[in-house]
Design a protein. Structure first.
Length: 77
Protein backbone atom coordinates (compact mmCIF):
# COMPACT_ATOMS: atom_id res chain seq x y z
CA UNK A 1 0.00 0.00 0.00
CA UNK A 2 2.73 2.52 0.95
CA UNK A 3 5.76 2.79 -1.29
CA UNK A 4 9.26 3.76 -0.31
CA UNK A 5 10.07 7.20 -1.85
CA UNK A 6 13.82 6.51 -1.69
CA UNK A 7 13.41 3.38 -3.80
CA UNK A 8 11.34 5.33 -6.32
CA UNK A 9 13.99 8.04 -6.51
CA UNK A 10 16.71 5.45 -6.96
CA UNK A 11 14.80 3.85 -9.84
CA UNK A 12 14.37 7.27 -11.51
CA UNK A 13 18.09 8.03 -11.14
CA UNK A 14 19.05 4.66 -12.62
CA UNK A 15 16.72 5.16 -15.58
CA UNK A 16 18.11 8.67 -16.16
CA UNK A 17 21.65 7.34 -15.95
CA UNK A 18 20.89 4.64 -18.50
CA UNK A 19 19.07 7.02 -20.81
CA UNK A 20 21.46 10.00 -20.77
CA UNK A 21 24.75 8.43 -19.68
CA UNK A 22 27.24 9.51 -17.02
CA UNK A 23 28.70 12.37 -19.08
CA UNK A 24 25.46 14.19 -19.83
CA UNK A 25 23.72 13.70 -16.47
CA UNK A 26 25.60 16.52 -14.63
CA UNK A 27 24.96 18.90 -17.54
CA UNK A 28 21.27 17.98 -17.54
CA UNK A 29 20.89 18.51 -13.78
CA UNK A 30 22.74 21.86 -13.98
CA UNK A 31 20.47 23.13 -16.75
CA UNK A 32 17.35 22.01 -14.85
CA UNK A 33 18.61 23.82 -11.72
CA UNK A 34 19.29 27.02 -13.68
CA UNK A 35 15.83 26.83 -15.27
CA UNK A 36 14.18 26.46 -11.87
CA UNK A 37 16.20 29.40 -10.47
CA UNK A 38 15.26 31.57 -13.45
CA UNK A 39 11.59 30.60 -13.12
CA UNK A 40 11.54 31.46 -9.41
CA UNK A 41 13.24 34.81 -10.14
CA UNK A 42 10.62 35.61 -12.77
CA UNK A 43 7.82 34.77 -10.36
CA UNK A 44 9.40 36.94 -7.64
CA UNK A 45 9.83 39.86 -10.07
CA UNK A 46 6.23 39.62 -11.22
CA UNK A 47 4.72 39.52 -7.73
CA UNK A 48 7.30 41.26 -5.52
CA UNK A 49 7.43 44.78 -6.91
CA UNK A 50 5.14 47.10 -4.93
CA UNK A 51 5.78 50.07 -7.23
CA UNK A 52 4.60 48.33 -10.36
CA UNK A 53 1.45 47.08 -8.62
CA UNK A 54 0.59 50.57 -7.34
CA UNK A 55 0.84 52.20 -10.78
CA UNK A 56 -2.03 52.32 -13.18
CA UNK A 57 -1.40 50.60 -16.55
CA UNK A 58 -0.69 53.83 -18.47
CA UNK A 59 1.28 55.65 -15.76
CA UNK A 60 5.10 55.75 -16.09
CA UNK A 61 7.18 55.16 -12.95
CA UNK A 62 8.14 58.25 -10.98
CA UNK A 63 11.75 59.39 -11.24
CA UNK A 64 13.74 59.43 -8.01
CA UNK A 65 15.23 62.80 -7.00
CA UNK A 66 18.96 62.99 -7.70
CA UNK A 67 21.36 63.78 -4.89
CA UNK A 68 24.17 66.31 -5.54
CA UNK A 69 27.57 64.70 -5.89
CA UNK A 70 30.38 66.10 -3.75
CA UNK A 71 33.46 66.21 -5.97
CA UNK A 72 35.63 68.11 -3.51
CA UNK A 73 36.33 70.93 -6.00
CA UNK A 74 34.42 73.49 -3.94
CA UNK A 75 36.52 72.92 -0.81
CA UNK A 76 39.22 75.49 0.02
CA UNK A 77 42.23 74.85 2.25
Amino acid sequence: MFRNPFADGLVVLIVLLLFFGPKRLPMLSRSIGESIKEFKGGIADATGSDETQALSPGQPPAAEPRQPVDTGAERSS
